[in-house]
Design a protein around this ligand. Structure first.
Ligand SMILES: *[C@@H]1O[C@H](CO)[C@@H](O)[C@H](O)[C@H]1NC(C)=O
Ligand SMILES: *[C@@H]1O[C@H](CO)[C@@H](O)[C@H](O)[C@H]1NC(C)=O
Ligand SMILES: *[C@@H]1O[C@H](CO)[C@@H](O)[C@H](O)[C@H]1NC(C)=O
Length: 403
C-alpha cells in the first residue's frame, strides 16, 4: 500500500508544475511511429490465437529475408525494443544485417487488447484472467510464430526474449515439441524463470497485493483485474516526473528491476517510462507464486478442486526444462546480469542453468556483472556486449526457406 501512496503523492505534488515542460517526441509515439521516425519501415499486423485473442504484431518488413521475433517482458510491449536509436537498439542491427524483424505483443498489452469473446472494458474479469504466462505460452507464441512462418515461407524463426519474454519461450519449448521444432535460435536476455531469490521490489509489491487478502478483495470489489500502468494521465505525469527529478525516476526503476544509471542515457528515462504497459493481476499473482515455491510451474488456482478442473491433478503441472532436447529445440544464448534484482544471478546459476542440457548452448552463458534488468534493453554498451553477438550467431543459421 505504501507504494501506491508514493505514486499518489508524486502525482498530486508534481502534476501542476510539470505540464509546461517540453517533451521528447518519442513519448507520444506508438511503436510504428517510433520506428518510422528513425527512417525504418514498420507495420502493425494482427494475429488471431486459437482462443480468439487478437494480438498486435509489429513488423519491419524485409521481404524474402529470414525472420526473427523479439518478445518483451512484463508490464511492457513491443516498445521495449524501440526506445533508443539506430546504432543502439537491437532491431536496427537485425534489420541492417538482413533479417525480417517482428516484435511480438502479449495478450493484455496495449497492442493486444481485444478478443472475440471478451471485451476488456465490459468483461474485464474474463478478459484479464486469460492474460497470464500459461496462456501466452499456450496460445500467443505458437499463433504468432505460425503466422510469421506461413507469411514468409521459412521453416524456422529465431527468437529473442527479455524477462517474461524468456519465461514464456522456455515454457513453450518445454511443453510444445511442435513449437520447439520451429525455433532455430533462442537468445534469452535476463531470464527470470526461477524467482526464489528475486530482490525486485516489484515482486515484493506484488506480494503486498496478493498476500494481503484485504487488498486483493478490494481489487475484486472494484472489478480491477489489471493494473493500468498504461493509463495516459499517469504516464504523462511519470514521464514529466522523470525529466524533472531523475532520482525519483531512478527509484521507480529500482523498484521494478534494479537500476544502475551508469549504462543508461538518463535523458531517455521519460521515454522508457512512457512505454510501460499494463499488468494483469493474474500474471502478477503467478509470478508471486513462483517466489514462494521456487518452481517453474503453471498457475496455482489455490485449491485441489480448481486445480483438478484445469489440470486433472491437484497441483499445478511443472514446466520441465529437461523436455527441451538438443537437436529438437533451438540453440540458446543466455545473458544475465550481476545487478539484476528480478532475474537474480543466484536463481539463474543455481536453478535455471543446471536444468538445461549444456548441448543446447550456442556458447557458454554470458554473465555481465554490472548489468541490471533494464540494461539488456537500453544500455549504451549493449550493442557490443549482446546485440552484435546475437546478429553474428543468426548470420550462421539455417532458416529453411520452403520452395
Ligand atoms: C496503443 O496503441 C495504439 C495503436 O494501436 C496507439 O495509437 C497508441 O499510441 C498506443 N498507446 C500507447 C500508450 O502505447
Ligand atoms: C540520449 O537521449 C537524448 C534525448 O533523447 C538524445 O537526444 C541523445 O541522442 C541520446 N544519446 C545517445 C548517445 O543516444
Ligand atoms: C539479493 O539479496 C540477497 C540477500 O539479501 C543478496 O545476497 C544478493 O546479492 C541480492 N542480489 C542482487 C542481485 O542484488
Amino acid at each position: 500500500m505504501k507504494y501506491l501512496l508514493c505514486f499518489l503523492f508524486f502525482f498530486l505534488f508534481f502534476y501542476p508544475s510539470v505540464r509546461c515542460l517540453k517533451e521528447d517526441p518519442d513519448i507520444k509515439r506508438d511503436v510504428t511511429q517510433m520506428i518510422t521516425s528513425k527512417g525504418y519501415p514498420c507495420e502493425l499486423l494482427t494475429v488471431t490465437t486459437e482462443d480468439d485473442f487478437y494480438l498486435g504484431l509489429h513488423n519491419m518488413p524485409n521481404p524474402g529475408k529470414p525472420p526473427v521475433i523479439l518478445w518483451h517482458g512484463i508490464a511492457q510491449n513491443a516498445a521495449s525494443w524501440t526506445c533508443n536509436f539506430p546504432g543502439e537498439d537491437l532491431i536496427y542491427f537485425l534489420y541492417d544485417a538482413g533479417f525480417d524483424v517482428y516484435l511480438g505483443n502479449s495478450r493484455g498489452n496495449n497492442y493486444s487488447m481485444s478478443s472475440k469473446l471478451y471485451n476488456p472494458k465490459k468483461d474485464p474479469k474474463d478478459f484479464f484472467n486469460n492474460c497470464y504466462i500459461d496462456y501466452m505460452t499456450k496460445y500467443d507464441l505458437p499463433a504468432t510464430v505460425d503466422y510469421i512462418l506461413e507469411k514468409t515461407g521459412f521453416e524456422k524463426i529465431a527468437y529473442v526474449g527479455h524477462s517474461q519474454g524468456t519465461i514464456i519461450n522456455f515454457a513453450a519449448l518445454a511443453s510444445n515439441p511442435d513449437y520447439a521444432s520451429k525455433i532455430n535460435f533462442f537468445a534469452a536476455l535476463a531470464p527470470a524463470v526461477f524467482l526464489k531469490h528475486t530482490n525486485s521490489s516489484l515482486i515484493r509489491l506484488v506480494e503486498e497485493f496478493v498476500d494481503n487478502n484485504n487488498i486483493f478483495d478490494l481489487f475484486d470489489l472494484f472489478h480491477t483485474y489489471n493494473l493500468d500502468i498504461n493509463n495516459p494521465v499517469l504516464k504523462i505525469v511519470m514521464s514529466y516526473l522523470c525529466k524533472l527529478l531523475p532520482t525519483a525516476c531512478d527509484s521507480i526503476f529500482w523498484m521494478v528491476a534494479g537500476y544502475d544509471p551508469k549504462h543508461l542515457n538518463i535523458t531517455r528515462n521519460p521515454v522508457y517510462v512512457a512505454h510501460l504497459d499494463s499488468l494483469p493481476l493474474r500474471d502478477m499473482k503467478m509470478l508471486d507464486q513462483w517466489t514462494h515455491t521456487g518452481r517453474f510451474q503453471m498457475f496455482d488456482f489455490g485449491n485441489d478442486q480448481d486445480n483438478y478442473i484445469h489440470y486433472g491433478q491437484n497441483t499445478p503441472p511443472l514446466y520441465q526444462l529437461s523436455n527441451i532436447i538438443p537437436g529438437k529445440a533451438p540453440k540458446m544464448m543466455i545473458f544475465y546480469g550481476g545487478n539484476d534484482l528480478l532475474a537474480d544471478p543466484y536463481d539463474v546459476e543455481h536453478y535455471l542453468l543446471p536444468r538445461l542440457n549444456p548441448d543446447l548452448f550456442w556458447e557458454k552463458p554470458i554473465f555481465i556483472s554490472d548489468y541490471s534488468h533494464a540494461d539488456f534493453l537500453w544500455a549504451q554498451n549493449a550493442k557490443d556486449l549482446i546485440y552484435k553477438k546475437i546478429v553474428n550467431a543468426l548470420l550462421q543459421l539455417d532458416f529453411g526457406k520452403r520452395e
